[in-house]
Design a protein around this ligand. Sequence first.
Ligand SMILES: Cc1ncc(COP(=O)(O)O)c(C=O)c1O
Length: 263
Amino acid sequence: MARGVTYLEGEIFIMALDRSNTPNDLSAFWMPFTANRQFKKSPRMLVSADGMFYKTADGRDILDGTAGLWCCNAGHNRPKIVEAIRKQAGELDYAPAFQMGHPVAFELASRLRDMAPDPFEHVFFTNSGSESVETALKIALAYQRAIGQGSRTRLIGRERGYHGVNFGGISVGGIVNNRKFFGSLLTGVDHLPHTHLADNAYSKGQPEHGAHLADDLERILPGHAETIAAVIVEPMAGSTGVLLPPKAIWSVCAKSPANMEFC
Ligand SMILES: Cc1ncc(COP(=O)(O)O)c(C=O)c1O
């Protein structure tokens, strides 16, 4: 078929733009975090990638400044990665992890454990960041219960934080638009203030101001200290602007009696 020409029910339909790689019907795919009608009027299709660049349907190279959605950090189409995926798919594409195992999963877990700082000892695999957050929240609650502190059920997030799209994640997350349609969500959640401060504009590296905001934990704590199961914050926020943690914020947080989870 000639490039830019689509054959439609016996007619020859010549597209105004070269979209030979663009599907004719875009309606079925409901795109996340996207103005769907606007996108589908004027689609921006990426059809391949190599190294730091995507290739668009009309043949342009686009610099991938965000490594996909922060998930292709080693670059696209890296021969070693492509070969490893190809080899594994040909050997064993999936093995259940319930009551059965596959040696490679154990090997990966050991390698990750060895890279992680003390006291991390175990790895729990999930399919997405959202699922990781739900799991981390559940582990925190179950842990408190298991050590006889079942009254610790309160979870503390931070304004402007993004922790994915599931109920737990949007509850502890601090992006109001992401939770405004969904009722009461998880109950017993408080939020620390964000650190997106005018004083920090144009900072190089970690900004100077804002560590004191973690002291807000002290404001939330009185009367609640015994009820907090975990605090969850992104070390570096990414979804409402890339917000580096203010200098010294972790030492302030470390004084907290609650569990800290960094996602
Ligand atoms: C800190 C954090 N938590 C959770 C998520 C959700 O991850 P996913 O989009 O894989 O569900 C993200 C995604 O960017 C994230 O940055």
